[in-house]
Design a protein around this ligand. Sequence first.
Ligand SMILES: Nc1ncnc2c1ncn2[C@@H]1O[C@H](COP(=O)(O)OP(=O)(O)O)[C@@H](O)[C@H]1O
Ligand SMILES: [Mg+2]
Length: 330
Amino acid sequence: MNADQPLLAVESLSVRFKLPQGWVTAVDNVGFAIRPGEVVGIVGESGSGKSQILLSVMGLLASNGKSSGSVRFRGTELLNRPVAELDHIRGSAMSMIFQDPMTSLNPYMRVSQQLTEVLTVHQGMSEATALKTATDMLERVRIPDAKRRIGLFPHEFSGGMRQRVMIAMALLCKPALLLADEPTTALDVTVQAQILELMAELGRDLGTAIAIVTHDLGVIARLCDRVVVLYGGRIMEEGLVDDIFHDTRHPYTAGLVAATPRLDAATHGELLTIPGQPRAAMGDLPGCPFAPRCALKTEICHQTPPLKSGQAGHRLACHNRQVRGGEVRA
Ligand SMILES: Nc1ncnc2c1ncn2[C@@H]1O[C@H](COP(=O)(O)OP(=O)(O)O)[C@@H](O)[C@H]1O
Ligand SMILES: [Mg+2]
């Protein structure tokens, strides 16, 4: 593999759903890349299309959904591939963690069986080696007394411990890419932080790139190298995390940054919110989707802003703000 080639290249990805009253657009012409070992955040309010992007990559869209565009993993097109071909990649080179661990864990199977199956099926390991490898991985995600606990059923673990089991399962085959969809949102805040940091640490050790989807910019600030900001199914801004936080350009990103609780802030405990309702993705409408809530809105915002490219991978879709370092022509 060419070192400059992205691990995952998403181009012009759109996701539409068929409803009784017609088609709705949930993801509108989204493109981004993830390089090997990189940790990329995808952030946006609820309904902005984050989950549908990950589900499209994994080939797991709901049956009334259709994706178009291109999703290449190590140069191979994944979009609209037959399930049998995707199965080869899913679970070994690429795996996904969901918000609710019970989505992926079978309640009727002991954890040992679920973890070893991944290894015997995808890597042809013997049962004994698989059990040893799975137990080691449970120890790495810091499940106490792993040798005994691996024989338990999923419901015998607490919520936080179950999410650790999920992370262990997702990382067992040392995937090149892990897709994590709000993996800790259901847990309390202190447990969330520990688990996310553990996930990032293991990812670093194994050389796994991670795409982490969240509505919480605080998570992104702690874990990610780069961030993609979504609104109404479109990319509003993308850049290095430090740049996005310290030199925020898009008014929507500025709203998210202001809404992120900071431990050192005078506003401690008081959450700022962006006025107005988040827009459900509809696509196909001209203009900036954020305009109805935007303080910088002018007449030109009735036209769809182009996604401009600047320095250091900065991209911005706003008529009234400049990209970093001036526009770069592709
Ligand atoms: N099966 C479906 N049928 C119709 N609309 C859907 C379906 N699944 C998701 N959507 C819509 O797609 C949009 C994006 O959803 P999603 O990606 O889940 O948002 P989030 O950013 O919260 O993860 C939402 O407006 C949602 O209502
Ligand atoms: Mg979601």
